[in-house]
Every structure is written in C-alpha cells, then in structure tokens.
Ligand binder design. Structure first.
Ligand code: ACO
Length: 438
C-alpha cells in the first residue's frame, strides 16, 4: 500500500468492537454519497468482512459515475444524465467517460474520425465471424469475438503502454459496432456489410444491420436519435456486476480485450443486461395470456406474486426510487409508438403493467420500479431487432464505461489484484480413506 496516497483520502475514523476487542478503522471521505470505512487492515486483527452480494462493500474509489438511488440521481463525471441525454451524443459521452472531461471541437472531431476509420474489420476477421453457425447465441459470440480481436490487431496488448491502451480502446469501441451488426446479419444468413465512413456512428450501425447491399438505405431519424440516447443512458453505471468483473479481470493485468469480453459475459445474465430481452418476452407472454386465455395484466402480476416469480424489468440494487434512465427511455418509447412504428399493443401492456405494479403494495413496500431494461427492449424491437440482439446493443453502449473503469483502476497506484476472502465453514481436517475402505 502506498501510504502517502492513502493518507490523502483518509478523514476521521470509525470504531468497531468485536468480542470486546476495539478496532480503529480509518474513514475515506467521499465527494458525494456515503463515506467509506477502510477495512483492508482488519485481517491483521483476525477478522474479515462478510458481505454476500456486496451490499455495503466498495471495491474501489472512483471519479467516473455517481448514483444516489434514493433520489434518482445519476451523473457521469459530475454531469446529470438528463442534461447529457438532452444535449450530448453517445460518442461525446464516451469521450467524457474515458478522458474525464468534455472535448473541444478539435478533440471531438479527431476522436470521431479515429473511431470511424477503425470500424472496418479485416477479411480474416470477417471469415472468423462467418464460422459461427447461423443460429449462434449472440452474447457468447460477442464475447468470443472481442477476445479474438486481440489476435487480429498489432501492438495493442501492452497494458503498460498508454498509447497501446488508447488504441485498443478505440479499436474495441469501433469494431464492436461492426461485430454487433455482423451478429445480427449472421443470424439472418445475410451478407456482412462494410462500413460507410461518411455516415454517423448510429446511422451507419443501423445501415450495417438493416440495409440491402447496393440499395440506398436511409435510417429513420427518430430511431437514430433514440438509439444514440439509449447508448448514453447505458454507457456507465458505476460498480455493477459487469463493471466489477471488468475491474477484477483487469486487476490481474489481463488485456483490455480479455477484460471487456468478461464484462460481456457478466452482462449476458437475465438479472443484469439480459433483463431487456426477458422484459420484452414477458410483455409478449402477457399479450398471449390476454388474447388466448382472456386474462388481464393484473391477473398476470398476481400470479407472478403467488408463484414467487420476479417481474423482469423491475427493481434495482441501487435505485430505491425511479430509475432516472427509465424515465428518459420511456419518453423515447412513447415518441416511437406515437409515431406509428412498433407494436402499440405491447407498449400499452407495458404502460398498464407499470401502472398496476407501481401502485401495488408488494412493489411499493419493496420499492420496486421499472428499470431501464423495462423500456429498452420495446425500443430495440420497434427499430427492428430480434430480442436475442438486445443485450449486445446494451454491451455496445456499456463499452466506454467498462473501459473508463479499467483505465482508472490501472492509473491508480493503490490498485491491487482483486482477491475476495471467504469465511470457511467446511470440514476442519480429516484423514484420507482409500476408495476400497469407504
Ligand atoms: N419482481 C418481483 N419481486 C422482486 C423483483 C421483481 N422484479 N425484484 C426484487 N423483488 C423482491 C425480491 O423477491 C425480494 O423480496 P423479499 O424481500 O420478499 O424476499 C425483494 O424484492 C428484494 O429483492 P432482491 O432480489 O433481494 O434485490 P437485489 O438488490 O438483490 O436484486 C435485482 C436486484 C437483481 C435487479 C432484482 O430486482 C431483479 O431480479 N429484478 C428483475 C431482473 C431485472 O430487471 N434486472 C435488471 C436490473 S437493471 C440492470 O442490470 C441494467
């Protein structure tokens, strides 16, 4: 531990008494939100902290994202999410997360230019992508492709060289967009399209996903705007499951590619990023239940409660009030459905589900509100994506946040390899019995 670094953060102390033994624990001051009690030295005093699910354990100090879950506050580098969603673009927010400040005109146009010109993947990598079966699973394919990308790039793997890390950052941001469009087209057995450098980041992503080769493709401007904003909303969310995984893998000095691929794997889970797909399938199940069984949305909720089933797209570990991202995502869902695109009946079911659940005592007592994933699936579906693609688009948005956290960890001299402890509750010690004598 670098003591001079630590001393800068410490402010006051906390007392802990266990079995009559008093321990003095230093307090780390936060600029916003709860202060931290520094417990790393506890193991010298025979105790370790047990906190399954990390409800009250911070693994790092960070300057990137702040959440106040009681008051629906989310900021990136101090800027409220509402302002960023209103005025900024996904690429500008990516710059902000990665470099800690908003770019000047020149910095931003260079950044966009670099990302744009790194979008193309080589023919060998296209062949590699073509080896996945048509009925591929989207998130494992994305994760495998990001790992594989490292083999197809030169001089971007040295994590101690800031220039290589920066190039790897831009390569991953640029090429994951192309890879995601390939995954979409591969599942449809359609040709993989080359990027068009003259188009914007989102516009060209939609073209690479939906265009017919050699035919002009004009993106729906509302879809471009909505997707750009959704990627901003998903760009970072402090130490969630996938971001913590990216930090832990990176803490072993694994490459940026390996760390980001690990984040993709974590995000795939239905309790995390996979909830957007689960939420849309849930709306489709409700529609079927209403049409075929004459049921109601209220019956569906009551049955779920009776069976102890969770509603997908509700609840959050940190937000115990409205998810501010969900509010913005819902406004785009509304605009899209009011413009006459998408399945209006699914949107209406979502509105009814939200209304009933948020006025239901079970949900109110547990402070369960619709989260961002409740709305994003509806929007992706209206744009034309199959539900299996939803979490890959979430991953595309989350990449700047994962990489910003990875870089912040490596820039901090206090960082250590992530190695949680355990409370051992198994057998103490016993003698081996040969198999014939058992
Ligand atoms: N529907 C019904 N009940 C729920 C829901 C839900 N969606 N979420 C939580 N609860 C209940 C739990 O059953 C538990 O009830 P109990 O106190 O009677 O046992 C209580 O609320 C607390 O829930 P936990 O699961 O302990 O809360 P935790 O913070 O561990 O989990 C999580 C948060 C994983 C998001 C959870 O709310 C959930 O599974 N939601 C559904 C999946 C989902 O939408 N995930 C996306 C999250 S956002 C994101 O990752 C981008």
């Amino acid at each position: 531990m670098d003591t001079s670094q630590l001393l800068k953060l410490l402010d006051g102390s906390a007392q802990l008494e266990v079995d009559g033994q008093n321990m003095n624990l230093p307090v780390v001051k936060a600029s916003r939100g709860p202060d931290g009690v520094f417990v790393s030295e506890l193991h010298n005093d025979k105790y370790i902290m047990l906190d399954p699910g990390f409800f009250t354990t911070a693994q790092c100090e960070s300057k990137i994202t702040f959440i106040d879950g009681e008051n629906s506050v989310l900021t990136y580098r101090g800027y409220p999410i509402e302002q960023l969603a209103q005025h900024s673009t996904f690429l500008e927010v990516a710059y902000l997360l990665l470099y800690g400040r908003l770019p000047s005109q020149d910095e931003f146009s260079n950044f966009k230019d670099e990302i744009n010109h790194l979008t193309l993947v080589g023919e060998d990598f296209r062949s590699y992508l073509g080896t996945f079966p048509q009925n591929l699973r989207t998130m494992p394919t994305l994760s495998a492709s990001i790992c594989a990308l490292e083999n197809f790039t030169q001089k971007t793997s040295d994590i101690k060289d800031p220039k290589q890390v920066d190039l790897a950052t831009k390569i991953i941001m640029a090429k994951v967009r192309t890879i995601t469009s390939f995954i979409h087209r591969r599942r449809l057995n359609e040709p993989l399209l080359y990027p068009d450098y003259s188009r914007g980041y989102i516009d060209d992503f939609l073209r690479m996903c939906f265009a017919v080769p050699y035919e002009r493709f004009d993106s729906n401007p509302l879809f471009v705007e909505a997707l750009d904003k959704l990627l901003i909303l998903q760009a970072d969310h402090e130490q969630n499951c996938s971001t913590s995984v990216v930090r832990i893998v990176g803490s072993a000095n694994a490459s940026l590619y390996a760390s980001v691929a690990a984040g993709v794997n974590a995000l795939s889970g239905p309790l995390h990023g996979g909830a957007n797909e689960a939420a849309l399938l849930q709306l489709e199940r409700i529609r079927q239940y209403v049409v075929e069984k004459n049921g109601t949305v209220r019956d569906f909720i009551e049955n779920a409660k009776k069976d102890g089933k969770k509603l997908s797209g509700f609840g959050h570990r940190v937000y115990k009030s409205h998810d501010p991202r969900a509010t913005i995502a819902k406004s785009y869902a509304k605009r899209i459905f009011e413009s006459g695109t998408g399945s209006l009946d699914l949107f209406n079911i979502a509105l009814e589900l939200e209304d009933i659940a948020t006025n239901d005592d079970y949900f109110k007592e547990r402070r369960l509100y619709p989260n961002i994933d409740f709305w994003t699936g509806l929007i992706y579906h209206a744009i034309g994506f199959d539900s299996t693609m939803f979490t890959t688009i979430f991953a595309l948005g989350r990449i700047p946040g994962w990489i910003a956290n990875w870089r912040e960890m490596h820039e901090n001299p206090m960082s250590k390899i992530g190695r949680p402890r355990q409370i051992y509750t198994g057998e103490t010690e016993r003698d081996y019995i040969p198999i014939g004598e058992r």
